[in-house]
Design a binder for this molecule. Structure first.
Ligand code: HEM
Ligand code: HEM
Length: 190
């Protein structure tokens, strides 16, 4: 009995990140910068509540840090799901393979840190755990290093190579977010 024919169609990788990736990237980047800038207020609140058992005027800082950090956790879990279920643009062409691998590895470090860090923070806070607090603090230093490397990569692409890699994560037209449909020969379908 004849079955529905399914012609083999390869979908070329998209040329830029889809809008949902872009919105999440910049929302999370903003929240993370906020957490890093005001993190010491939480460290102060944590020390205070451990030493005296009361939060006093640190309540607002602790609530803000815990809430925004938890929002980052939820957004990152959703983003991870999107990352593995949607195609993304290929690594930057014409750069050494080692640089491509390092850039992609750094992206995965972000996923790992931005999921593990809030979990460690929550466990430290509710468990009043010094060592988990230390893990959280050390992770925040690693995160800073990853961001520095990420920024160096963006600057390298934009100002040294002058390519359009940075524009792949900038808000842009919807059509550029879609993969192009190509046939087996690699020619683009109309
Ligand atoms: C990705 C999200 C988060 C980031 C980027 C972040 C960042 C930071 C930073 C930079 C510090 C100061 C570290 C230091 O001064 O050495 C800090 C401290 C702290 N954060 Fe977070 N945080 C996040 C999520 C959370 C969450 C969800 C909680 C849960 C309540 C939390 C609880 C804490 C605690 C308890 C401390 C004090 C740790 C200590 O002094 O030992 N954090 N955080
Ligand atoms: C806290 C700050 C930031 C974090 C946590 C962060 C995180 C990430 C992550 C996880 C990815 C990989 C997306 C994926 O493939 O799943 C990414 C990609 C990207 N980010 Fe960021 N980012 C930050 C700041 C920035 C800034 C300030 C810029 C621009 C100056 C930037 C430009 C880009 C670009 C262009 C890409 C795409 C790279 C490519 O196409 O290979 N990011 N970022």
């Amino acid at each position: 009995m004849p079955t529905a024919t399914s012609a083999t169609v390869d979908i070329a990788p998209p040329r830029r990140y889809a809008l949902n990736h872009v919105v999440l990237h910049w929302t999370i980047a903003f929240l993370v910068m906020f957490q890093l800038i005001f993190g010491h207020d939480m460290a102060f609140a944590f020390a205070r509540v451990r030493d005296t058992g009361i939060l006093g005027t640190s309540l607002g800082a602790a609530l803000m840090h815990g809430t925004l950090g938890s929002v980052i956790l939820l957004l990152m879990v959703y983003r991870l799901y999107m990352r593995i279920s949607q195609p993304i643009p290929p690594p930057a062409p014409d750069v050494p393979r080692a640089v491509q691998v390092a850039g992609r590895a750094n992206h995965w470090v972000f996923y790992a840190l931005l999921i593990a860090m809030p979990l460690a923070g929550l466990a430290a806070w509710f468990g009043r755990s010094d060592w988990l607090g230390d893990v959280h603090s050390i992770a925040s230093k690693l995160l800073l290093l990853s961001i520095a490397a990420h920024l160096a990569g963006a600057i390298y692409h934009r100002f040294v190579r002058g390519d359009d890699i940075v524009r792949r994560m900038a808000p842009g037209s919807a059509d550029a977010t879609e993969g192009r449909s190509v046939g087996p020969t690699g020619l683009e379908r109309q």
